[in-house]
Design a protein around this ligand. Structure first.
Ligand code: FE2
Length: 306
């Protein structure tokens, strides 16, 4: 993949890893630990990643063991690539287990250095929130989970914290917001029923702010939209891929694992490249050109040939 332009923040956007503490299969069919390993291995050659995010449903069962498995795997990847690492809870997460291992979700800072956290106890009723600055971008995590529920909501507390973050000291290149329930319509009835309930409250804060992009998950399928003029990117699931073109009132998913590579430039431009971990049994190579052949075609068919 092309190296990002200087100053651009490249984000590896993972979502819905759904790891289990005891290695149990997700929905009885997917080894999510193996799926995460496959996605991380597939993107290992992506250059210039400055930040890795997991936009919720980090764990399937909320156990500290499941968070430790994520911390170990994604943390090691981020450290090796010199990237920060940030995670936010989703509806499957339990704030207690999440905090025990990932603290406020801002696990690694710029360059992949561990961040220090206070050990103050917070009850599960308090949303997990945090912010860090990476390469001149403010990274703000917003906990949209509602304890005991599947739908999402930006609570009064979470809204207040986001407002405080956005009106705090200015940062050179703007803000990236990471949350689980994306503020866009869902393709299936089940996900629509479990969507973010108050996107208008979020829109009010985004309006006129320095937010460049909102990164979400939850739908287990890549989607792109906008809210208050701000791009909203939904990452494909690491655990599985929702069938979005089936009957609206039914729900099914395929065994497929993906992520996004999101570039946020210093002028606020945003690009997203979806990636999917290939299945060696199904994904035969269609063609492969070596560098010499690519250079020849580029020279012959590009503007330099005119
Ligand atoms: Fe999920």
């Amino acid at each position: 993949m092309q190296t990002p332009a200087p100053g651009t923040l490249r984000i590896l956007h993972l979502s819905d890893t759904h790891l289990t503490g005891d290695g149990a299969l997700h929905q009885g069919s997917v080894d999510t630990t193996a799926a995460l390993d496959a996605v991380l291995a597939h993107v290992d050659g992506v250059p210039g990643v400055g930040l890795v995010v997991i936009s919720g449903d980090v764990s399937e069962d909320g156990t500290p063991e499941s968070y430790r498995a994520v911390r170990e795997r994604v943390g090691a990847w981020a450290e090796r690539h010199g990237a920060a690492f940030v995670a936010v809870p989703g509806n499957h997460d339990l704030r207690e287990g999440f905090r025990q291992v990932l603290a406020n979700g801002h696990v690694l800072g710029p360059g992949g250095t561990p961040l220090a956290h206070t050990t103050e106890y917070l009850p599960p009723s308090v949303p997990v929130s945090g912010q860090t600055t990476v390469a001149g971008f403010r990274i703000v995590t917003v906990d949209t989970s509602v304890p005991g529920a599947g739908y999402g909501e930006v609570s009064e507390t979470a809204l207040e914290r986001l407002r405080a973050a956005l009106t705090g000291d200015p940062v050179p290149h703007g803000t990236v917001v990471v949350l689980h329930h994306p503020p866009v319509p869902a393709p299936t009835l089940l996900h629509e029923a479990l969507r973010l309930q108050n996107p208008e409250d979020l829109a009010e804060l985004l309006e006129g702010s320095d937010v460049r992009v909102v990164l979400g998950g939850h739908q287990h399928h890549h989607a792109a939209g906008s809210l208050a003029g701000v791009p909203v990117l939904v990452a494909p699931g690491v655990a599985n891929d929702t069938d979005v073109v089936g009957r609206y009132d039914e729900e099914s998913a395929h065994v497929a694992h993906g992520a996004l590579v999101v570039d946020v430039a210093v002028d606020g431009s945003v690009w997203s490249t979806p990636v999917r971990a290939p299945d060696p049994d199904r994904d035969a190579l269609a063609f492969a050109l070596d560098a010499g052949t690519v250079a020849r075609i580029a020279a012959q068919a590009g503007p330099d040939a005119r």
